[in-house]
Design a binder for this molecule. Structure first.
Ligand SMILES: O=C(OP(=O)(O)O)[C@H](O)COP(=O)(O)O
Length: 245
């Protein structure tokens, strides 16, 4: 089907928790120096392909906000409107937040941990509201009637999809070119759940850090194709990797 609309999505660059192999969710670690470079690289790749954006969206987590800023800086479009929303936050990882992934596997077993990470409906164990990682007292969430203590991928999709329909689709309808900077599970599940029957394969939602993903949509705003724009190989060639199965 012919391409009608295009949205570019980027997972943030490497965070301190990514570097240390820690479940992140709604925790708010910064980008590492490597993550900052990855973000700048993403901007350079997008520039090389000639992408331009009129509007941008990100979460309220600094790893995504800073990645977006660095991309905008590379593209010289710091002036475009940016909407930050908790609806694009990473899925809430409950009690796993702040825990090392290998230690969690040792404690609970690989199969159980994989179920918490990738099952659509299974929620990770809930975070205690007294835990240091509980977001209920964080002022950025003061407008929410309910602050999650853990989310399944399905629950995370249920709060990101309405944002897509309320903000991204109208932006596309008015001819705007949107850039979305977010998180592995939320972006992956958002794309998959726009049309669960689509052939798009995001190989278990493990989106690489700061690799721009070009999503093409048909006239009904359903995904028709998606592909990653690869990092420069040898500093020269950017190879596109197709993710349609
Ligand atoms: O918070 C996370 O994602 P993020 O680094 O994209 O924000 C997760 O810890 C990613 O880990 P996962 O691949 O085990 O789901």
């Amino acid at each position: 089907m012919a391409k009608v609309h295009t949205v570019v999505l980027v997972r943030h660059g490497e965070s301190e928790y990514n570097r240390d192999n820690i479940f992140t969710g709604w925790c708010d670690p910064d980008l590492t120096a490597k993550g900052q470079e990855e973000a700048k690289d993403a901007g350079k790749i997008l520039q090389e392909y000639g992408f331009q954006f009129d509007v941008a969206y990100t979460s309220v987590l600094k790893r995504a906000i800073k990645t977006l800023y660095l991309i905008q800086e590379e593209l010289d479009c710091l002036w475009i409107p940016v909407t930050k929303t908790w609806r694009l936050n990473e899925r809430h990882y409950g009690k796993l937040q702040g825990k090392n992934k290998d230690e969690t596997i040792k404690k609970y077993g690989r199969e159980q941990v994989q179920l918490w990470r990738r099952s659509f409906k299974v929620c990770p164990p809930p975070l205690d509201e007294k835990d240091e990682h509980w977001s209920g007292n964080d002022k950025r969430y003061s407008g929410l009637s309910f602050v999650p203590t853990g989310e399944s991928i399905e629950e995370a999709s249920k709060r990101s999809l309405p944002f897509w329909h309320k903000h991204i689709v109208p932006a596309l309808k008015s001819g705007k070119r949107p850039l979305i900077c977010g998180h592995a599970n939320t972006l992956g599940s958002l794309i998959k759940n726009l049309d669960p029957s689509s052939k798009i394969d995001l190989s278990d939602l493990s989106l690489p850090n700061a690799l721009p993903l070009v999503l093409e949509l048909d006239e009904s705003f359903l995904p028709s194709q998606c592909q990653f724009l690869q990092h420069p190989s040898g500093g020269k060639l950017h190879k596109k990797r197709n993710c349609n199965s």
